[in-house]
Design a protein around this ligand. Structure first.
Ligand SMILES: [Ca+2]
Length: 491
């Protein structure tokens, strides 16, 4: 008997039975109530949208603009790819994409956490500039600060969160982002996967999977989180229509909840890793990366089949790193602790470094750049440069296809914040540390108010890639020089 064939009523009864034996059932039941609601967003009228946009595009004669696809990995360390010689993980589709792309191996995210990092990828701004420094706002909830997983799944919590988050969204959307800019150019856009910023429509997409309401567990993507894990149909439907309206460019957002926890890979993939991994948890994560890779193969193959690949710009990046904690076991009930200390939510390479890939057969020559320091704030300026558009005010990133700007670039910046945003008006209240990378150095300066146990750390990341030897006391002059850069950047 398949689980899918059970009615919701039966599933809820099973859930209540489980409630008697495990606290995990609270989460399970909460999810079932969400499932019972009609949150489905699978009836998209792409034809009408393409038809309407086609009119405006033909009026402005911008019929040859390339399509744009953003592919985001969710929680994957910078070297967890077979093209970076990972000894176990297999990523054949990403390897192929890397071969066909301009690849920067020294890319850095603006923050080692999902929401602030993604907000930078779409705005070209750092979190202290766009205002989204964490995943959730801090707010009083029944007199408590809500940090229990069960509590965060309740309707009343989600409702209160939505209210507390509203001013952040209002401020965020007062500034341009890549979706709104492409929308104004007549692009047809579709969102799938993670989206922390309200609904897809609020995010200026023409259509999208994310409902963005507390009633549908709207927090970081709701229905959108099904993409990849439950197939690629909405994307196939979108591309089918796009192939019929080739004079109308499109923007596709593919940010699946992968390889992000919960690590639930298909059995056949997991079996391949169980024998070689040091733990089941490790095998599950590795298999999740390969599963994510398979979905990218499906997307890119479909694009080829529909003859859309030639004039499509593909941007690939991870929102933050992830290294599986070898001490964590499947039996643990604390999923937040299952990443290693020097990965997600840390300023180390395992948290903030990512490859950034750009593919456009018509306009970008494939190459591997292992030297240039690049940042996710460069993605928006690069796309706008490729489309011959002006940069919005306040953008500090550079175009990654502009060799002169790349040569002039000497430093990139990142910052680590608390998971929850403390103060709507003051990003420093959530700041844990600031980081600057200027080869060969990396300086991490803690915010004493939030990280009293941390010291200033200086690493030579070229000679000491795993950041083992803190050279801050040996090179005070470098610390002073780089600290000044950090202060100028923050101000
Ligand atoms: Ca993430």
């Amino acid at each position: 008997m398949q689980w899918k064939s059970f009615s919701i009523r039966k599933k809820i009864v099973i859930g209540f039975l489980l409630l008697l034996v495990s606290p995990v059932a609270y989460i399970f039941i909460a999810r079932l109530f969400v499932e019972a609601r009609d949150c489905s967003r699978d009836n998209y009228d792409f034809v009408t949208i393409f038809k309407e946009k086609q009119k405006s595009i033909l009026d402005s004669l911008n019929t040859s603009n390339p399509n744009v696809i953003f592919i985001l990995s969710d929680d994957q360390a910078w070297n967890h790819y077979s093209f970076y010689d990972h000894p176990y993980i297999k990523t054949p589709n990403l390897d192929k994409l890397a071969k066909e792309s301009l690849v920067f191996s020294r890319g850095y995210v603006t923050a080692p956490l999902c929401s602030p990092s993604i907000a930078s990828i779409i705005t070209g701004l750092h979190p202290h500039e766009h205002g989204i420094t964490g995943n959730d706002p801090v707010f009083e909830y029944d007199g408590l600060r809500a940090d229990l997983v069960e509590m965060r799944l309740s309707d009343s919590y989600l409702q209160a969160r939505e209210q507390a988050y509203a001013p952040y969204l209002d401020r965020f959307y007062s500034k341009p982002n890549i979706v709104s800019i492409l929308d104004s150019m007549g692009y047809v856009s579709f969102q799938s996967g993670k989206w922390w910023l309200g609904s897809a429509v609020r995010g200026n997409f023409d259509e999208g999977m994310t409902v963005g309401s507390w009633e549908c567990y709207g927090r970081h993507g709701d229905e959108g989180l099904k993409i990849g894990r439950e197939g690629m149909c909405p994307i196939y439907d979108f591309l089918d229509t796009a192939s019929q309206y080739k004079n109308t460019p499109f923007f596709l957002w593919y940010a699946p909840f992968m390889p992000h926890w919960p690590h639930t890979p298909p059995e056949d993939l997991l079996d391949n890793y169980l024998e070689i991994a040091p733990s089941k948890a490790q095998a599950k994560y590795w298999a999740m990366v390969e599963w994510f890779d398979q979905t990218i193969g499906q997307l890119l193959d479909y694009l080829e089949d529909k003859n859309l690949a030639e004039n499509t710009i593909i941007v690939y990046v991870a929102d933050n790193g992830w290294i599986q904690d070898s001490k964590w076991t499947i039996k643990s009930l604390t999923p937040a602790a299952n990443y290693a200390p020097r990965s997600k939510r840390s300023p180390y390479e395992g948290g903030i470094r990512t490859p950034i890939m750009l593919k456009w057969p018509k306009g970008i020559s494939p190459n591997h750049d292992n030297s240039s320091l690049v940042s996710t704030v460069d993605i928006v300026p690069t796309i706008l440069d490729l489309l011959n558009l002006e940069q919005p005010i306040g953008i500090t990133g550079i175009s990654l296809v502009d060799h002169i700007q790349l040569q002039k670039r000497d430093a990139v910046f990142s910052a680590d914040y608390k998971h929850d945003m403390e103060d709507f008006n003051d990003p420093k209240k959530s700041l844990e540390s600031k980081t600057v990378i200027k080869k060969p150095w990396k300086l991490i300066v803690p915010n004493p108010a939030n990280s009293p146990e941390m010291k200033t750390e200086l690493y030579n990341i070229i000679e000491d890639e795993t950041e083992q030897i803190n050279l801050a006391s040996q090179h005070p002059e470098i610390v002073t020089e780089l600290s000044k850069l950090l202060e100028e950047w923050w101000d």
